[in-house]
Design a protein around this ligand. Structure first.
Ligand SMILES: C[S@@+](CC[C@H](N)C(=O)[O-])C[C@H]1O[C@@H](n2cnc3c(N)ncnc32)[C@H](O)[C@@H]1O
Length: 451
């Protein structure tokens, strides 16, 4: 077997990320964009000692659960790797991913996945790179879309399936402006040009924030007029100047060009101010369902002292404050803590304390302060630091509600907790990232010596 070799195969199953799986010469072969039960011609893309990667190049017998043909799938799957799979099958893939990843000694209940009512157009934050193209007649055009896998070529997409309709229209108007006013587009290879990317954020109330990312200062007054005349929903426009040749899209250099510095979000009845760099869950409706499930597991009581570790702008912290005695939110990003303290005032909450720093360090300061009854963890995809888990274990906190966007790191952390006095009781997957293989989970762990 060598690269680009072609084989006719039958896909035996899905792997846990929704890749097709088959066997050739006793080797496991993973197949991009192929579905269980399909008969497919594949082409080998990389060879490893125990497994092989390949992509589907022709479908001979199609799955009844396929909703997009192979050509379109190959074009769009870089952004949404389950784009070709119907929603029921997608949910089964995700439930199976959680079930096979969280291997435990505890007899826990795996609840059904929390479905989304609309698996499309749900993102409340989009980032789109722009690129210049010149055709054979030397006519210049500007496109925007997603980077092709393992490359920096933009695949043009005007109506992306995950982006909401207004954001799509805003992106298109910006493209028209860039063409009409001949604004140069940044080229990563020559490192010349001005315009790089656009970020758009929106909230439940339909307030929009637009961030124009450039390599240097530029007069966008005409674009601002065009945008605000056409879209009354735009409440805030920023310029972000990022002159570095880097994969990090946003710099710290934000300038407010129009409107208010923040837009307002409402989560489960509380108000939150969103700055351009604030962390918010990308799927608002599913985020509310996720938090509600976490609060059900927590069984909040008015005499409880609680920690919300990795708290971001305090969306969990402040939502539980009114139901408990006191809550401490810990977060490493200083701006997020500034934001959280402001959100505390807006919502008239007095029993929440926000602490800025790394959870693994800051939690130690709470060890002898007061008895903690419950802790929420909502770490980034890499999971919790071991040092943080050691302190939680030493504090003998009776109950943990672990929210995770990285099920394999959650499984690793749960194993450590199980080896140190905790039992896993419940796991609920939640579809926060429809059409992609990412899955959010919320898990309840209880100390075995808790009465
Ligand atoms: C998945 S987000 C969760 C935020 C929040 N709970 C929410 O639902 O919006 C993870 C947060 O952890 C923060 N973070 C990352 N590493 C951290 C650390 N070592 N200590 C404290 N916070 C950290 C990030 O800045 C981010 O705000």
């Amino acid at each position: 077997m060598k690269l680009d070799d072609e084989y006719k195969v039958i896909i035996e199953s899905f792997d846990m990320n929704g890749l097709g799986v088959c066997h050739i010469d006793n080797k496991v072969v993973f197949v991009e964009n192929a579905m269980e039960g399909e008969e497919v011609i594949i082409s080998i893309t990389s060879i490893h000692s125990k497994y092989v990667f390949s992509k589907a190049i022709k479908i001979l017998k199609e799955s009844p659960n396929r909703i997009m043909n192979l050509e379109e799938t190959n074009k769009l799957s870089g952004e949404a790797d389950l784009i070709h799979v119907d929603y029921e099958t997608e949910l089964k893939i995700k439930e199976n991913k959680v079930k096979t990843t969280i291997k435990t000694n505890s007899q826990y209940t795996l609840n059904p996945i929390i479905k989304s009512d609309n698996p499309y157009n749900y993102r409340n934050k989009v980032m789109m790179p722009y690129q210049e193209i010149v055709d054979s007649d030397d006519i210049r055009d500007v496109v925007y879309g997603f980077y092709q896998k393992k490359s920096h070529n933009v695949i043009p997409i005007e109506n992306d399936i995950l982006t909401n309709e207004i954001s799509s229209k805003i992106l298109y108007l910006i493209k028209r402006y860039l063409v009409l006013f001949n604004v140069s587009i940044y080229d990563e290879i020559t490192q010349k040009g001005i315009f790089r990317e656009v970020m758009i954020r929106n909230t439940k109330n339909n307030d929009f924030m637009v961030v124009l990312i450039t390599t240097k200062n530029y007069d966008f007054s005409r674009l601002i007029e065009m945008l605000t005349e056409e879209f009354k929903e735009i409440k805030s426009i920023y310029l972000n100047i990022n002159s570095k040749n880097t994969n990090v899209v946003l710099s710290d250099d934000f300038k407010l060009l129009y409107g208010t510095p923040t837009i307002k979000e409402n989560i489960l009845g509380l108000n939150f101010e969103v700055y351009p760099a604030s962390f918010m869950q990308v799927n608002h409706k599913q985020c509310e369902k996720l938090y509600s499930e976490a609060f059900r597991m927590a069984d909040l009581k008015s005499d409880m002292n609680v920690i919300d570790a990795y708290c971001g702008i305090g969306s969990i912290t402040l939502n539980i404050a009114k139901k408990v005695n006191h809550v401490y939110g810990i977060e490493i990003v200083p701006d997020a803590i500034k934001n959280a303290n402001n959100n505390k005032i807006i919502n008239d909450i007095s029993n929440a304390t926000f602490i800025c720093g790394a959870c693994e360090e800051e939690i130690k300061k709470l060890v002898n302060k007061e008895k903690i009854d419950l802790i929420f963890f909502d770490p980034p995809r890499k999971g919790c630091a071991k040092e943080f888990l050691d302190t939680v274990i030493s504090m003998k906190i009776p109950k943990i509600v672990y929210i995770s966007c990285g099920v394999s790191t959650a499984a690793r952390d749960i194993k450590i907790l199980e080896e140190n006095g905790y039992g896993l009781k419940e796991v609920t997957p939640c579809d926060l990232f429809s059409k992609t293989s990412h899955v959010e989970t919320v898990c309840l762990l209880v100390r075995k010596d808790t009465k």
